[in-house]
Design a protein around this ligand. Structure first.
Ligand SMILES: NC(=O)c1ccc[n+]([C@@H]2O[C@H](COP(=O)([O-])OP(=O)(O)OC[C@H]3O[C@@H](n4cnc5c(N)ncnc54)[C@H](OP(=O)(O)O)[C@@H]3O)[C@@H](O)[C@H]2O)c1
Length: 252
C-alpha cells in the first residue's frame, strides 16, 4: 500500500476524474476526504463503495470558491484525522463560448472555481504542510492550457494559470519538504467532456495517437504516483496524460 496512513483531500471527488482519484488513494491505504458541490447521491454512493472495500472516507459538501467554507472543511478533517498530507485540487468547470459572447458571469465562474478553488485549498493546507516538513499538492490542469481550443478563453486562462501557480508554489515550498505538481489530462471520458465527445464523435479518437479516450483511472494512477514516495524528488512539473494528443499529429 503506497499511501498507508496518509491523509488525502481531493476536491471534486463525487464524479469523473476526482472520483477515480478518491478510490485509487483509498485503495492505497490513505484516509480520503473529498469535496463535492451538489451531487449528494453520487457522494453517498462513493462513500458506500469505498467503505465496503475497507477504505476510510469522508464526504464534505463545500463550494471551492468560498474561502471560509474551505478553511472550515480543512479544519474539520485535521481535527478528526490529523494534518492533510496530500491535497488534490481537481474540482473544475467549463462554460465554453466564443469570446465575443462570453459573459462576465461565465468568465468568473471558471476562473473562480478552477484557479480560485486551487488557491483556496492550497492556502488552507500550505502552512501546516510546511510546519510538518511533508506534503504533496497535485493540481489538475488540462492540455487545453497549452493546446488551446476556440470557445475556451476562460478555461485555457484558468488552466494556464494553474500551471504557472504550480511552478511558483513549488519553488516556495520545496525546501520545506512539500512538492507541488500538476497533471494535464487530455480527453477523458467524464460528464465534463460529454458535450464535446457527442459533437466531435470519432474524430477525437483519430486525433489521439493511442486511439482511445482516456479513462478517469488513467489520471488517478498518475495522481497516486505523484503522491507516493516514488515521486519524492519531483516538484514544479506538469505531467501530460493524454494518449499522445498534444503531440499534434495529423488525424488519420
Ligand atoms: N474530462 C476531461 O476531458 C478533462 C480534461 C482535462 C482536464 N480536466 C480537468 O479535470 C478535472 C475534473 O474534471 P472531470 O472531467 O472529472 O469533471 P466532472 O465529471 O464534471 O466533475 C467535476 C467535479 O468537480 C466538482 N465541482 C465543480 N465545481 C465545484 C465547486 N464550485 N465546488 C466544489 N466542487 C465542485 C463537481 O462536484 P458536483 O458533482 O457536486 O457537481 C464534480 O465532483 C477538472 O479540473 C477538469 O478541468 C478534465
Amino acid at each position: 500500500m503506497r499511501l498507508k496512513d496518509q491523509v488525502a483531500l481531493v476536491t471534486g471527488g463525487s464524479r469523473g476524474i476526482g472520483r477515480a482519484i478518491v478510490k485509487a488513494m483509498a485503495a492505497e491505504g490513505a484516509k480520503v476526504a473529498f469535496v463535492f458541490r451538489g451531487s449528494q447521491a453520487a457522494a453517498e454512493s462513493l462513500v458506500q463503495e469505498v467503505q465496503s472495500n475497507g477504505g476510510v472516507i469522508k464526504a464534505c459538501q463545500c463550494d471551492v470558491t468560498k474561502a471560509d467554507d474551505v478553511q472550515q472543511v480543512v479544519d474539520g478533517i485535521e481535527k478528526e484525522w490529523g494534518q492533510v498530507n496530500i491535497l488534490v485540487n481537481n474540482a473544475g468547470v467549463i462554460h465554453d463560448d466564443l469570446f465575443v459572447r462570453l459573459d462576465p458571469e461565465n468568465w468568473s465562474k471558471v476562473i473562480q472555481t478552477n484557479l480560485g478553488g486551487t488557491y483556496n485549498f492550497c492556502r488552507a493546507v500550505a502552512y501546516s504542510m510546511m510546519k510538518q516538513r511533508k506534503g504533496r499538492i497535485i493540481n489538475v490542469s488540462s492540455v487545453a492550457a497549452e493546446h488551446v481550443n476556440p470557445g475556451q478563453t476562460n478555461y485555457a486562462a484558468s488552466k494556464g494559470a494553474i500551471n504557472s501557480f504550480t511552478r511558483a508554489l513549488a519553488v516556495e515550498l520545496a525546501s520545506r519538504g512539500v512538492t507541488v505538481n500538476a497533471i494535464a489530462p487530455g480527453f477523458i471520458e467524464t460528464d465534463m467532456s460529454e458535450a464535446v465527445r457527442n459533437k466531435a464523435g470519432d474524430l477525437i479518437k483519430k486525433m489521439i495517437p493511442m486511439r482511445r479516450l482516456g479513462q478517469p483511472d488513467d489520471i488517478a494512477k498518475v495522481a497516486v504516483f505523484l503522491a507516493s514516495d516514488a515521486a519524492g524528488y519531483m516538484t514544479g512539473q506538469v505531467l501530460t496524460v493524454d494518449g499522445g494528443l498534444s503531440l499534434g499529429a495529423a488525424a488519420v
